[in-house]
Design a protein around this ligand. Structure first.
Ligand SMILES: [Zn+2]
Length: 491
């Protein structure tokens, strides 16, 4: 090993697609850190029966291909047919064998970044934003327990922007970035050979773009040699040796913003033949949620969401620390209606009882309605997409004219909609619109982000067209490395 080769990177996911899994090894400090542990969501199976099925579908890597001892849990995997409390009881006195992975850093609560966590060895610390964890908890509380959302026993360590994490001498500075979900982070990793920056997913055109600039500022502050590093060997050690950078939209982009989404929605709701729009966006996209609530109020429509969505938003509304997510407040906003989830034999899940009780206590139970009651509404409305399956087909307001608006931020939603959802909707007689503001940086923003960070090397990930980085940076001093899966890169 030459002294130039102290840091090793290996990419187990996120190459020519999404699902980031990057192993960073500091060979001097003997530290092994995983940057995200996500799935290629294109390949996801709806209700997997076990980890083997997930590995066989190439959603997560095989343990034998991974240079980590006991990466996956031996004793805490969920087994179908049990309830969560039954499985919790079985796991109560169990523990996993030791692992040599020193930590997993999770950038944000999208499945292409965290999906692997339920399968992780319970001894491995998971470093995750305080609120990122809260979103994961809310998501899992609002869905039935399954193989891929069982978190019992995981070794969580939460952080906030401004914290410093020390993993066996490697110092990590998490800094918030703007993305299509709250609590998204980039990481500045101070290794024995210099700074490695991991962008996570980010954008520079969103309502909170200043947060992405905070990450750039922090890198510049550190790489210029702050007093924190005065004791370090010499200047070389505080160089930015590598930037691992997302490139979801390096190949095609448009100029868009949440403000434009709002403006376009307003245009669309004027002088129209439609009584309602079914809308689809990612539930955790708080900016989009706020846009719909604001529009609804301005034009006197209703916004109908699912009971699960109401529960999810309520949990996030009631966090003591997170001011920015208290609004829109699901209890206070009377333009929001909630469509009851109807289960077999009138059964109610615990979370359903909870959310109905909260509304009842606040004398707001009148805002609940059944799917079949929607047709009797006296207002036009946006209806949050549920599923174009049986309940919809049977209960959609047949005497009203509806259309579909896709405002989803999933990087591959276009293909997905075209092949699947849109054709189903067409069969039901729906026309569709697409109004979008992406969660990802545009090519010119990737350029700005990277040149301001100014690394020696840039590793494009989370992109189907990483080669385009080569052209984008060809007149800069930044060396573009196109990583291949399962190969070692020394930096
Ligand atoms: Zn994301």
């Amino acid at each position: 090993m030459s002294s130039e080769e102290r840091i090793k990177l290996n990419f187990y996911g996120g190459i020519n697609g999404i699902g980031n899994i990057i192993l960073l090894e500091d060979l001097k400090y003997e530290t092994k850190i995983l940057l995200d542990f996500g799935a290629n969501t294109k390949k996801l199976i709806r209700y997997p029966s076990n980890l083997d099925e997930i590995i066989n579908a190439n959603i997560l890597p095989q343990e034998k291909d991974f240079p980590i001892k006991n990466l996956y849990s031996k004793n805490f995997l969920f087994e179908k047919g049990l309830t969560k409390s039954e499985r919790d009881r079985e796991c109560a006195d169990k523990s996993d064998p030791e692992s040599d992975l020193d930590g997993v850093l999770i950038s944000h609560a999208h499945r292409d970044h965290y999906y692997g966590l339920p399968f992780l060895n319970r001894n491995i610390p998971i470093f995750i934003g305080e609120y990122t964890k809260k979103i994961l908890d809310a998501k899992s509380k609002a869905s039935a327990v399954s193989v891929d959302n069982y978190y019992t026993g995981l070794n969580w360590r939460t952080f906030r922007t401004g914290d410093t994490i020390d993993i066996k001498g490697v110092k990590i500075y998490p800094v918030h970035v703007d993305h299509s979900i709250p609590a998204a982070y980039g990481f500045i990793i101070h290794t024995s050979a210099g700074l490695v920056v991991y962008s996570g997913d980010f954008r520079m055109h969103g309502p909170l773009k200043f947060m992405t600039f905070d990450l750039i500022r922090k890198v510049n502050e550190l790489s210029k040699g702050n007093e924190q590093f005065e004791n370090e060997d010499n200047e070389r050690f505080i160089k930015v040796i590598a930037l691992i950078c997302e490139g979801t939209f390096v190949h095609k982009a448009s100029i868009e913003s949440e403000r434009r989404v709002k403006r376009d929605l307003k245009i669309l709701t004027r002088d129209i033949p439609f009584d309602y729009f079914i809308v689809k966006y990612n539930l955790a996209d708080w900016d989009r949620f706020r846009t719909f609530v604001e529009i609804t109020k301005q034009i006197g429509w209703k916004f109908i969401i699912t009971e699960k969505a109401a529960y999810f938003y309520h949990i996030l509304n009631t966090d003591e620390n997170w001011m920015s997510m208290r609004n829109p407040n699901i209890l206070d906003e009377d333009s929001i209606l909630i469509v009851e989830q109807e289960n077999k034999n009138s059964f109610l899940y615990g979370w359903q009882k909870e959310i109905r009780n909260i509304f009842r206590k606040n004398h707001k139970e009148g805002r609940f309605l059944k799917l079949k009651e929607i047709k009797d509404l006296k207002a036009k409305f946006f209806l949050y997409y549920i599923a174009v399956e049986k309940p919809y087909r049977e209960n959609l307001p047949r005497y009203l004219v509806g259309a579909f608006i896709s405002t989803d931020i999933d990087p591959y939603s276009e293909e997905y909609y075209d092949s699947d959802l849109l054709s189903q909707l067409r069969r039901l007689g729906f026309t569709s619109y697409r109004i979008q503001a992406s969660g990802h940086a545009k090519p010119h923003d990737i350029y700005k982000f990277a040149t301001e960070i100014n690394p020696d090397k840039i590793f494009p990930i989370h992109s189907e067209h990483p080669k385009l980085f080569t052209n984008l940076f060809k007149n800069t001093s930044i060396n573009v490395i196109l990583p291949e899966l399962y190969s070692d890169y020394f930096i």
